[in-house]
Every structure is written in C-alpha cells, then in structure tokens.
Ligand binder design. Structure first.
Ligand SMILES: N[C@@H](CCC(=O)N[C@@H](CS)C(=O)NCC(=O)O)C(=O)O
Length: 218
C-alpha cells in the first residue's frame, strides 16, 4: 500500500451537485472523518476559478502544502489510503474490481442520461436511452457474483470500490431504476443507511444540499 497523504485541512473544491464523479470521494472523506475544508462551487465561483485549475475541471483537492490532486478516482483512492478504505488482500482486490466494473458502467450509461444541466430533451431521446436498458442491466448482473454477503462486497462494506459503486448507482438508477437488480438492493439499502453517506445525500453534511446530478427521464 502507498504511504498515505494527510488530508487534514485540505481544501476540497466541488460543485453543489451530487454527481457520479464527485459523490464517491465525498463519501470517502466523510466516512474517514477527515477534517477537510468544503469549497462548494457554483457557476459564478467556478467561472472565476476554472482558469487557474490544473485540468479545468472539478474536483480539485489542495493539500496544506499546496499540492493539488485532480481526478476523482485518484482523490478517492488517496483518501482511501489515508483512511483505511482501500482494503487489503482480497478486500483490496474486490474494491478495485468494483472500480473497474464501475468505469464500464459509466461508459455504458453516461451517454444516455439526462442531467440537471441538460437543457434540451425529447421523447425520441428517452426512447433511445430506454433501448440501452438491456445492455446496462446485463452489466449490472455481473456484480452479484462478487457479493461477500447479502449486502456487501468486502468485510468493511465501505471500501472505496463500494463507495464508488453506491455514488454512481444512486445517480444512474434515477434514470434506470432497473440497474438496481434484485441482488443489489440489499447493498443499496445498507449503504443508504450509513449515517455519513446519508448525511451527504440528504443535505445535512457540511456540503449542504446536494441534489443528484442524473434525473429521471421525463
Ligand atoms: N475525469 C475527471 C472528470 C471531471 C469532470 O468531468 N468534472 C466536471 C463536473 S462532474 C466539471 O468540472 N465540469 C465543469 C466544466 O467542465 O467547466 C474526474 O473524474 O475528476
């Protein structure tokens, strides 16, 4: 395992939207009880900051020594290394297997969904998106074989891979409820009941309201 960075007092810049990109790393910070600084961006503050960021996208985490970490997966794993959520042995492998499956989930689903920022939509787009459902559900069926118990993939149940799975599935299942195949429902229910995770989703964390990024099809 890599030696861990110290995220204490790190500034975490992200939008006030609970997206499949940002939610997992926020879950990891909250689960790890990291004393970080929330920098919640909106259109105006982001417009002023964007040009100065390394990759012109958020999230950006700035450690107290000025080191900046970009890329949500890198932040998630670095926070996981600092908080024990990377897992070890089989738990680490399982968590990384989920990360890989989730990357494929994103590729299959993201092009089809409507988000809070989508301005134009049509019935034809909804029909085209729904036509992708079978392939998406077939992907989600692959997860069940890896469950270590009825509702968890690892012994901790909150490895970075599980946090990533939950953050992404919470969003994408707004468009495709069928993505939560029956075998995954206990996992989703357990994760929803974790107080730190629930606080981010229900808007009672330091981030305040975080409406989900993906919306149901109209
Ligand atoms: N690969 C990047 C993608 C980051 C990304 O797409 N960020 C979006 C928000 S989820 C963003 O900053 N959009 C604002 C913009 O492009 O101006 C990551 O995983 O961190």
């Amino acid at each position: 395992m890599p030696s861990a960075l110290d995220f204490t007092d790190a500034e975490v810049a992200y939008f006030g939207v609970g997206s499949p990109v940002g939610l997992p790393m926020i879950f990891a910070l909250e689960m790890g009880k990291v004393k970080y600084v929330v920098k919640k961006m909106d259109g105006e503050t982001w417009g002023a900051m964007k040009a100065s960021t390394p990759t012109k996208v958020l999230p950006v985490v700035t450690l107290t020594d000025g080191f900046k970490i970009v890329e949500s997966g890198a932040i998630l794993r670095a926070v996981g290394a600092a908080t024990g959520a990377l897992g070890d042995g089989r738990g680490h492998a399982m968590s990384e297997m989920l990360m890989g499956l989730n990357a494929d989930m994103v590729k299959k689903v993201f092009p089809h969904v409507k988000t809070v920022f989508t301005s134009e939509w049509s019935d034809a787009k909804t029909a085209a998106s729904k036509a992708a459902s079978d392939e998406i559900v077939a992907h989600m069926q692959k997860y069940a074989q890896f469950l270590a118990s009825a509702d968890a993939f690892t012994a901790s149940g909150t490895s970075v891979g599980e946090l990533d799975t939950y953050g992404k599935l919470l969003n994408f299942s707004r468009a495709y409820p069928e993505m939560v195949v029956p075998a995954l429902q206990p996992f989703m229910d357990r994760m929803a009941a974790v107080p730190e995770i629930n606080a981010v989703v229900d808007g009672s964390s330091a981030w305040g309201p975080m409406p989900l990024y993906v919306t149901p099809f109209p």
